[in-house]
Ligand binder design. Structure first.
Ligand code: DGL
Length: 268
């Protein structure tokens, strides 16, 4: 039996690295694959059907060559719609990333909290149910933004953060003085947490689910019969060529130990 699990992370872009880095910290021994659907980026305002179809197609394609032991959908926009379809397709644990509403409601002292997510996520009935279930005693503000996703994506690809655009995007919350807790309900946002904090100085707690997901992965792996081939090379997959591919890979190799980038052809 192989002793390294092959774990795939999936997102539309670089947001999933905010989850991956927590899992890697806790479980450095495994074989990691990271896939991002840059052909469809950003997912924020895409239809639910398209997101389901793309996520399942990418995961299936990779599983053909690299038998997967566990998949982390490191994207809230996708997780809020795709988990049932993935669980029907794969017989392995599927871990989703959904807005951390329960811990936010618990930690807030003012009981006035904000959900910062994509435009798609803030509209999902799944999220309304979480709020109903875990935050009925709180006033919950929702802010859906595609711009913030793009700002975070640019930052990881080497651009400086446009603080003015960021401030404008968050301006509607600036004067809500008792907003003490904000849920980072898109995996891109922990990557610009320091910059978001500058724009919302009244917020005491920014909640992201990275560490909780890492613990969940560790727990689930205890009972998984590994199918992987004990591969060692950590790989990145995307769905279309892009201009700064080489620069991007160099940064990721040093930062998070990925060796190569493979462009998937989903039509093959
Ligand atoms: N990082 C993703 C999320 O957690 C999606 C961002 C996007 O492509 O809109 O929602």
């Amino acid at each position: 039996m192989a002793d390294k699990a092959t774990i795939l992370f999936f997102d539309s872009g670089v947001g999933g690295f905010s989850v991956y880095r927590e899992v890697l910290d806790l479980l450095p021994q495994h074989h990691y694959l990271y896939a991002f659907d840059n052909e469809m980026f950003p997912f924020s305002e895409k239809t639910e059907d398209l997101i389901i179809q793309r996520t399942v197609a990418v995961c299936k394609k990779i599983n053909e060559t690299y038998p997967l032991d566990l998949i982390v959908i490191a994207c809230n926009t996708a997780s809020t719609v795709v988990l049932p379809a993935l669980r029907e397709t794969f017989d392995i644990p599927i871990v989703g990333t959904v807005p951390a509403i329960k811990p936010a409601a618990q930690i807030s002292e003012t009981k006035h909290i904000g959900l910062l997510a994509t435009k798609g996520t803030v509209k999902r009935p799944y999220v309304d149910k979480l709020i109903e279930q875990y935050a009925s005693g709180c006033q919950v503000e929702k802010l859906g933004s595609t711009k913030l996703v793009e700002i975070a994506q640019d930052k990881i690809q080497g651009d400086s953060v446009d603080l003015i655009a960021l401030r404008d995007e968050l301006a509607v919350w600036k004067n809500i003085e008792d907003l003490d807790t904000v849920i980072l309900g898109c995996t891109h946002f922990p990557l610009i947490k320091d910059e978001i904090r500058i724009c919302l100085p009244q917020v005491q707690h920014f909640i992201d689910p990275g560490l909780a997901i890492a613990k969940r992965v560790a727990f689930l792996l205890e009972n998984v019969k590994l199918r992987s081939k004990n591969e060692v090379e950590n790989l990145i997959f995307c769905t279309k060529q892009f201009e700064i591919q080489n620069k991007f890979m160099q940064a990721l190799k040093h930062r998070w130990g990925f060796e190569r980038l493979i462009v998937l052809n989903l039509d093959e």
